[in-house]
Design a protein around this ligand. Structure first.
Ligand code: NIG
Length: 394
């Protein structure tokens, strides 16, 4: 198996409690795994060597919340919001129309284009959802299209499509749709919000999904206070995403559960919502993840660096907390942070995913907001963004 030594790392964020943050460090990747982490003074030999020349390295971003199986864009809706029009769940139907009308090839091409965009910025593990099909045929098509990403989520309960009664549609999701898609997805998600699905409907979908062996996730408390967090915690969902409008009972519930609070600051910025209270969640002991929520309606960005910078500059998170939330936190939200092939961590046995910054410290992600700092990216040991300084064969 081919091995690569990356040495001369000025600052290495590992997210491993024993390794911590290392200085003047080196990493060896063998095949698709990290095989060694330690000091740059005496690293083992490898087939190829890359000198990081003092740059900072961290695990690849883990973007645990995206909606990338879609067609079209919603530029005019975005412009209307800049003139004061509020964001509502109903805009989703616009993308549903465009997605149903698109060919399989168009959907796949769009997904691959956005994946390449994310990879170029350091994202090495990504979740994406169905949810712009909303018929058995179109949800199944979306699930099959999404199969090339790390984690696939069924979001048939995104909104109630036109012409349906909400309870009838919920029943349809719980039966025909889940039966059709369950074998093709890892997770089931529900948009629990006014204008989408209420607490009872959300619970029904989550329970039907659990019976079919799927992990659970919830969109909750995005546009106002609501039952999403409490339902997610009660149903032991892996993650509840958005968490923009939380009361103290929601924060306590998250702090006393294994449900990750996944914050989506780009979405809040683009929909003119307040930013989530990350500080209160962290101080209470909740696990926090940061993700892009890339979708054409509420958050059309693949930039995890933007989310990290916003979390540090406007949400009271330290650089270390924000970087951890965008790597280990996302991995935890996807239950991929432990074991052989873990992501969001740099340690022997983890997946060989590494993000090298053109910066001496991860602090530059917030210190130099908006500046593209990705220098090189490895995913499963392959340099998908090769280091411009090259590598030496040995
Ligand atoms: O996470 N909240 C629901 N779903 C997406 C929005 C999708 C859209 O507007 O197209 C979200 O923000």
């Amino acid at each position: 198996m081919k091995s690569t030594l990356i040495t001369g790392i000025g600052e290495l964020t590992t997210n491993d409690p024993e390794l911590g943050t290392l200085h003047d460090a080196a990493v060896v990747m063998t095949g698709n795994r990290i095989s060694w982490v330690g000091s740059a003074n005496n690293p083992p030999d490898a087939d190829t060597m890359v000198d990081a020349e003092g740059r900072a390295a961290l695990p690849g971003w883990v973007d645990s919340h995206t909606h990338l199986v879609f067609a079209g864009d919603r530029t005019s809706e975005f412009i209307a919001r800049t003139a004061g029009k509020p964001y509502t769940a109903g805009g989703i139907n616009e993308t549903v129309r465009a997605t149903r009308a698109a060919s399989d090839e168009q959907l796949q091409h769009n997904l691959i284009r956005h994946l390449a965009e994310a990879t170029a910025q350091g994202t090495t593990c990504l979740e994406t959802k169905t949810g712009y099909g909303l018929t058995v045929h179109d949800e199944l098509r979306a699930a099959k299209t999404a199969a090339l990403v790390d984690e696939v989520t069924f979001l048939g309960a995104h909104v109630v499509p036109p012409g349906w009664d909400a309870d009838d549609y919920t029943h349809h999701v719980c039966t025909d749709m889940l039966d059709a898609v369950a074998a093709h997805v890892d997770w089931c998600d529900v948009f629990c919000e006014r204008g989408a699905f209420d607490a009872d409907q959300t619970t029904a979908v989550l329970r039907a999904a659990r019976e079919r062996g799927l992990g659970l996730r919830v969109h909750g408390n995005q546009l106002g206070p609501g039952p999403g967090v409490q339902v997610a915690v009660a149903e032991q969902a892996a993650s509840v995403d958005h968490c923009t409008h939380l009361d103290s009972a929601d924060i306590d519930a998250l702090a006393n559960s294994d449900t990750v609070a996944t914050l989506l600051p780009a979405c809040d910025a683009c929909t003119h919502q307040p930013l989530p209270n990350a500080r209160a969640l962290l101080d209470a002991g909740a696990t926090v993840a940061l993700a892009t929520n890339c979708n054409p309606g509420s958050s059309y960005t693949t930039s995890m660096a933007y989310c990290v910078a916003t979390a540090v500059l406007q949400m009271g998170m330290s650089v270390a907390e924000a970087v951890r939330a965008a790597t280990w936190g996302g991995a935890r939200a996807l239950r991929r942070e432990t074991g052989d092939g873990a992501v969001g961590v740099v340690r022997p046995g983890a997946r060989a995913d590494l993000h090298l910054l053109d910066a001496p410290s991860a602090a530059w992600l917030a210190y130099r907001p908006g500046v593209p700092l990705t220098y090189a990216v490895w995913r499963e040991g392959h340099d998908l963004v090769p280091p411009p300084g090259g590598r030496q064969d040995r």
